[in-house]
Each structure stands twice: as C-alpha cells, then as structure tokens.
Design a binder for this molecule. Sequence first.
Ligand code: ADP
Ligand code: MG
Length: 242
Amino acid sequence: MTVIKIEHLSKSFGRNEVLKDVNFQVEKGEVVCLIGSSGSGKSTLLRCINLLETPSGGQIIYKGENILDEKHNIQEYRTHLGMVFQQFNLFNNHNVLKNCTVGQMKVLKRSKVEADEIALKYLQIVGMDQYVNAKPRQLSGGQKQRVAIARALSMSPEVMLFDEPTSALDPEMVGEVLKVMRQLADSGNTMLIVTHEMEFAKEVADRVVFMDKGVIVEEGPPAQVLVNPQHERTKAFLKRTL
Ligand code: ADP
Ligand code: MG
C-alpha cells in the first residue's frame, strides 16, 4: 500500500526554485533514505510533506487523498506523520515523560494514564525509560534525540520523517541513535530519512533517493544507487562523501 505519494511537487522561495517537479512515493513498511548535497532541497521536501511549508505546486496524496485539497483537514493529516529534527526541538521546560505525553493528550485526546503508558513503552524502546523525570538540559545530544524519537512514536504515526537526526550530534553519540533507528526499521515502521550516513543507508534502506538541485536524479535499492550509481551527479556526490 502506498502511504505517501508526491506528484509534480514544486516549491519556490521568491525566485529560488528549490523543488522542481518532484515525484516519488513511500510504501507502507518501507524505509527510504533521501541523500544529496547541502542545499539540494531535502529539508524543504520533508517540510512540504508535513506542510510546515506550503508547496508552490503539485500534489501530496496520503492514502489516496490529496491533502492539498481545500476540504482536507491538515491538522488531522499531520497527526499521521512523526517528525524528528536535527535540533531535537524538545520542550525544554518539560521533563522527558511530559515531552512524550503532551501531544498525545492535547492532539489525540488520550487520557494521562494511557499517554503515560504509551510514552513509557517507547521510552523503553529507545532506552530512555530511566530518565522520565530528567529535563532536556540534563541530557546528552544522543539522549535528547532518542527522547525526540520516542515522542514522535508516541503519537502512533503512520510514517516517521527524519531530517538528519544525527548531524548535530557529537560523533560518539551517532551510533546510539542509528541503532534505535535500525531497530525501528527492522520492526516494520515506515520511515523517510534524510541522512548523510551512507553506511546506515546502505544497510537499512529499502530504497535510496538521490536529490540534486531540487530534482530527484536517481533512486533505487542501495546496492544500485550507492554502489553502482548510473548518473554522473550521483557518482560525483558519492565521491565527495567518501
Ligand atoms: P537541504 O536540506 O538539502 O540542505 P534545504 O531544503 O534546506 O536543503 O534548502 C534548499 C534551498 O532552499 C536552499 O537554497 C535554501 O537556502 C532555500 N531555503 C530553504 N528554506 C528557505 C526559506 N524558509 N526561505 C528561503 N529560502 C529557503
Ligand atoms: Mg536539510
């Protein structure tokens, strides 16, 4: 089943055309890694998918429905997408547990008991259940990112979107976050991941999408795109990242 389908998506900031006729889709249970140089439009694409940015043109189809259609409830749509940012974006005034429950109670109208239970389940999965009372400032970057992942999962999203989740981390903390993501991938979560971690992409992705200057240049299984790329631009990019 196709969960998200992007058709002819474009986005301009003023005269800067950042996304140009982007087409691709994510199937249920699929792990897609989106790679490409800085400035190629990867974050803008994720931000358009969850409507943090309004696309300039094209369609975003979620389970068969065009969510850019006027009559579609954007707030409802957003609850199906879990987003993990480079900079964690935790609520610094809330402890770890509350970070993972406020959205559940406010948006999904879950009771506190239920929200706590669900949050604890995911905090356990990311190995942060011992820190329920800690405030974000007491945590390392890797721990914060694991809480951010648990928070997103607590909303029971249909798709998890990750925007360079390890790029702001000290090198020694990258592994613990990738390990959690690998675990999520193995347990069947649908994931769209912007990353510069080529080894991770090679091992975990079902499909790799290479973007350059706002267009998808090449996509396919990691063994094809990362090991035996067909396009010159992909080859040049991979050479630079080695
Ligand atoms: P990537 O995530 O691949 O590094 P981005 O999507 O962040 O690329 O950026 C692509 C281009 O869009 C860049 O030229 C960037 O300057 C521009 N851009 C991104 N967000 C904005 C914005 N809010 N306003 C104006 N320009 C933007
Ligand atoms: Mg980016």
